[in-house]
Design a protein around this ligand. Structure first.
Ligand code: ZN
Length: 126
């Protein structure tokens, strides 16, 4: 899958088009609170947490570049980035395992047969 490829944060981030609302405009238009954790802009600034914005549907998952923007504090932005990286790692691992299973199916299908999975050595029999 295309989005599994490792890319730098700058490449991943859509270029800001002229006429796009600024971060502060998006925060103001959405009640001055982080859409995820609910921290107010004042609280974020008091705590030294940066203000960011995100697309409602992330561009990496097919969201349009002009889709609505929501306020996100930098902490939630970081968490969502970490969660996205985790998803990518898991997807990559699943893909690797599927490749292994496909190779076993091709070269040693008997290893995947029902009897070898349900046999006494598996320890599932009652
Ligand atoms: Zn937040």
């Amino acid at each position: 899958m295309q989005w599994l490829k490792q890319r730098s944060a700058n490449e991943r981030r859509p270029r800001k088009l002229s006429g796009d609302p600024t971060t502060l405009e998006v925060w103001k238009a959405n009640g001055e609170h982080c859409a995820f954790c609910g921290k107010s802009r004042d609280l974020c600034q008091g705590l030294g947490i940066g203000l960011t914005i995100q697309h409602v549907q992330p561009v990496v998952f097919g969201g349009a570049l002009d889709s609505p923007l929501i306020p996100f504090c930098a902490r939630c932005q970081q968490m969502s980035t970490d969660a996205l990286e985790e998803t990518r790692r898991i997807e990559a691992r699943i893909s690797t395992l599927q490749d292994v299973i496909r190779r076993i199916e091709e070269k040693a299908p008997h290893l995947l047969a029902e009897e070898s999975l349900d046999g006494p050595s598996a320890g599932w029999s009652s």
